[in-house]
Design a protein around this ligand. Structure first.
Ligand code: FEO
Length: 626
C-alpha cells in the first residue's frame, strides 16, 4: 500500500525506509536503518527526483502510481547513479517507457555501466546551470562532483526555493513518520549519525563539499531535500554550519578521542589512566573507544568532531594491532586535517607501534603530532605514570588558551585572599517582621558587603545575604528591605551593633533610634555616617548555599550626605581596631578575625569548616597571630 507525505501543495515525499539492512554500502553498520528519499513534483509536466534502493522499490512504485493517478511521468532526475538511489530506475523505465531521464554526461555514462537498456534514448543532458521548466516550477541543475560520486548533481527549484541536495545533508537513520528535521529532536536523535554519514561517505571530499556549499550560498534556500534523512525547512543554517565545519576539517569541539587497541588490557589501562588525568585537568569532552570492539565508522565520526586524538596500540607482529591499523588507514583515507595527535604504544619486547602509527598519519595536513609518546613494556609502571602525566600536560597546553578549565579544588587552585582584591562597599541592611513594622523590636539589621545595581530602568538591585543572619529571615518573610550605604566617617560601633550580635538575641535599634530614619516602606535606614539608602521590594531569591541572592525593585532611594562611600579596604585599614597581639596561652595558636576582631585560641589549625561565632565569616578570614 502507498505511503506518502505531502511537502507542499504539489511536492510529495515518496520514499521509504529500510530497517533490515545491517551494513550500508556493505561497509557501515546502520543500527537505526536508512531512509531512501524520493520526491515527486506534480506540475504541468510531472517530475521525479530520484528513485530508491531495490529493497524498498515496491512501496516506491505504489507511491508513484497513487500520486500520478494515471497521469504521465514526464521527467526523472537522476541526481546520483549509486544503486541505493538508482537500482529501481530499470523498472521505472519499464513502467514509464516515455519518461525523460535528466542527468549530466557523466550520469548517462555511468547509467550505461550499470544498466543494459539504452539510457541515451529519451535522455535530457544538462550541465552546470542548465534550466528546465515544468510549468509552475523552474529547475536549475548544479553539478556537485564527488559529493559523493563524480556524476552527482543537485537541483534548485526557483519556485519553491527548494534544494534537492542528493547525498549532501543526508544522514543514517530512518524517517519514522516525521520527515522534517524540525519535527524530530535532530541534535539528540540524528546529529551523531549525520556526522558519521558525512565523515564516512564524503569526509574525504571536503574541497568538493566546499565547492557545493559556495554554490548553495548564492541561492535563497527555503528547504533542503536530501536523499537520506530528514528534510530541512527550518533552522537550515545550523546544519549548513556543521557542513562548513566538517568540510573544512574544523573540529566542532575542543575534546579528546582516545582510541585504543589492547590485547590483555594493559594498553587499555594506560588509556584509562590518561582519561582520568585529562578529566582531572579539566577536559570535559573525552570519547573513548576500544577499536577492536567499535566499528571504525563510529570512531572516525568522533574524530571528525573533536580536536585531539590519542591512538594507543599494542605492537603486534612488529607492527600495529590489526584493528588499530584498519582505523588509522581509514582516518588517513578520509583526509583528516587540523588535529592534534598523540600516541601510546606497548610492546613486551619491542614497542614499535607508536612509530608505525605516526607513519600512517604523517601525510595528514595541518596536524600537530605531540612528541610525548607513552611507551609501555607490557604494563603500566611508575615511569609510565610520569609519561602519561607529561602527555596530559602537553595535551592541555595544546588547547587554545581558556578553552579548558582545570578541575578546581580548594586545596590547589583557589587562593582565598584573592577575593579580598575584589572591591566591596559596606552597608547596613535592615528589614522587619511582616505586619509589625511599627514595633522597633520587630526590626533587624546586619552588615553586608554585596549590593549591586543590575538595571537602570527600572532601577533594580541585588544583594547577597548570609542565611545565618536574622535579617535574612526577615526579608524572606516581608519581601522588603532597606540598604544604607555607610561612609568613611563610620565608627566601629555601628559594625559591632549590626555585625557582631544577632537580632535573635537583642534589639539592635534600642537606643539607636536617633541615628535612624524610616522610609516610606516603614523600615529603618541609618542616617548617621551614611550617604544614601535604597528601599527594595524582592522580586526573586536564589539560593546559593550559605547565602541567598535577592533581586529587588527599588521603590525609594535618597541621598543622605556627601560623605565618601566606605569600602571594605578602608574599613580594614582605618576603622577596624587592630587587634593587640595576644601571647599564646599554654602554647595555643591565636587567630584574630579580620572582619570583626574576634579572637580564637586553638590547639592547632582551625578546622576547615570553622565559622567566626561573631560575624559568621569562615576560616579564611581568621589571621594567625605571632
Ligand atoms: Fe546515497 Fe552515494 O548514495
Amino acid at each position: 500500500m502507498h505511503n506518502t507525505r505531502k511537502i507542499n501543495d504539489d511536492v510529495y515525499w515518496i520514499g521509504a525506509n529500510d530497517k533490515r539492512l545491517s551494513l550500508f554500502e556493505s561497509a557501515y553498520p546502520i543500527p537505526s536503518g536508512i531512509s531512501y528519499n524520493s520526491f515527486l513534483v506534480l506540475d504541468e509536466k510531472n517530475i521525479l527526483f530520484d528513485c530508491v534502493d531495490k529493497s524498498v522499490s515496491r512501496v516506491f512504485f505504489e507511491n508513484l502510481s497513487f500520486l500520478l493517478q494515471g497521469k504521465k511521468l514526464d521527467y526523472a532526475v537522476i541526481s546520483h547513479v549509486e544503486p541505493d538511489h538508482c537500482a529501481s530506475l530499470g523498472e521505472l523505465i519499464l513502467r514509464f517507457p516515455d519518461v525523460k531521464i535528466i542527468g549530466n554526461a557523466k550520469t548517462l555514462a555511468m547509467l550505461n555501466q550499470f544498466f543494459d537498456f539504452d539510457t541515451n534514448k529519451n535522455a535530457v543532458v544538462v550541465e552546470d546551470g542548465s534550466e528546465i521548466s515544468t510549468g509552475k516550477h523552474k529547475f536549475v541543475f548544479y553539478t556537485a562532483a564527488m559529493v559523493h560520486w563524480p556524476e552527482v548533481m543537485v537541483t534548485y527549484d526557483t519556485t519553491d526555493k527548494y534544494l534537492y541536495s542528493a547525498d549532501a545533508f543526508g544522514t543514517f537513520g530512518t524517517l519514522n513518520g516525521n520527515i522534517f528535521a524540525d519535527e524530530v529532536d535532530f541534535e539528540h536523535d540524528f546529529l551523531d549519525e549525520a556526522r558519521r554519514y558525512y565523515a564516512n561517505i564524503v569526509g574525504k571530499y571536503g574541497v568538493q563539499v566546499q565547492a557545493l556549499l559556495k554554490k548553495a550560498a548564492a541561492l535563497e534556500i527555503s528547504s533542503i531535500l536530501p536523499l537520506h534523512g530528514p528534510i530541512w525547512r527550518k533552522d537550515i543554517n545550523s546544519f549548513i554550519d556543521k557542513y562548513q565545519k566538517w568540510s573544512t576539517y574544523t573540529p566542532e569541539e575542543e575534546g579528546v578521542v582516545i582510541a585504543y587497541a589492547s590485547v590483555y588490557g594493559n594498553t587499555e589501562n594506560a588509556a584509562n589512566i590518561l582519561a582520568v588525568k585529562l578529566a582531572e585537568a579539566g577536559v570535559k569532552k573525552i570519547a573513548m573507544f576500544d577499536v577492536s570492539v567499535t566499528h571504525p565508522s563510529f570512531v572516525l565520526s568522533q574524530i571528525f568532531k573533536f580536536s585531539h586524538i590519542v591512538f594507543a596500540s599494542t605492537t603486534y607482529n612488529s607492527n600495529i594491532f590489526t584493528s588499530m591499523e584498519t582505523l588509522l588507514h581509514d582516518v588517513a583515507a578520509h583526509n583528516l586535517q587540523n588535529r592534534t595527535i598523540a600516541f601510546m604504544e606497548n610492546g613486551s619486547w619491542a614497542a614499535f607501534s607508536g612509530e608505525k602509527m605516526k607513519e600512517i598519519l604523517s601525510p595528514l595536513k595541518d596536524t600537530v603530532f605531540l612528541e610525548n609518546t607513552v611507551s609501555l613494556k607490557s604494563s603500566v609502571k611508575q615511569n609510565n605514570l610520569t609519561e602519561i602525566e607529561n602527555l596530559t600536560k602537553a595535551i592541555i597546553e595544546s588547547f587554545p588558551k581558556g578553552s579548558v578549565t582545570a578541575a578546581i579544588t580548594h586545596e590547589n587552585k583557589v587562593e582565598p585572599s584573592a577575593f579580598f582584591k575584589i572591591t566591596y562597599g559596606l552597608f547596613v541592611l535592615t528589614s522587619a517582621k511582616n505586619g509589625k513594622f511599627d514595633s522597633s523590636d520587630a526590626h533587624g539589621g546586619c552588615i553586608i558587603n554585596t549590593v549591586m545595581q543590575i538595571t537602570d530602568n527600572p532601577k533594580q538591585i541585588v544583594i547577597a545575604v548570609n542565611k545565618a543572619n536574622y535579617t535574612h529571615d526577615l526579608i524572606i518573610e516581608s519581601k522588603k528591605f532597606n540598604v544604607t550605604a555607610l561612609t568613611t566617617d563610620s565608627h566601629f560601633d555601628v559594625f559591632k551593633r549590626f555585625g557582631f550580635q544577632s537580632g535573635r538575641d537583642v534589639n539592635k535599634f534600642a537606643g539607636f533610634e536617633d541615628a535612624c530614619g524610616k522610609s516610606e516602606n516603614g523600615l529603618y535606614f541609618i542616617n548617621r555616617d551614611a550617604n544614601a539608602f535604597f528601599s527594595g521590594e524582592v522580586i526573586s531569591a536564589v539560593d546559593y548555599g550559605t547565602h541567598t541572592l535577592f533581586a529587588a525593585l527599588v521603590s525609594e532611594a535618597a541621598v543622605l550626605s556627601n560623605g565618601t562611600s566606605l569600602s571594605y579596604q578602608y574599613y580594614f585599614d582605618n576603622i577596624k581596631p587592630k587587634p593587640a597581639p595576644k601571647p599564646a596561652a599554654s602554647g595555643k595558636k591565636v587567630y584574630v578575625c579580620r572582619i570583626c576582631g574576634h579572637i580564637e585560641e586553638a590547639d592547632g589549625e582551625l578546622p576547615d569548616d570553622y565559622i567566626c561565632p561573631l560575624c559568621k565569616h569562615p576560616k579564611a578570614d581568621m589571621e594567625l597571630q605571632g
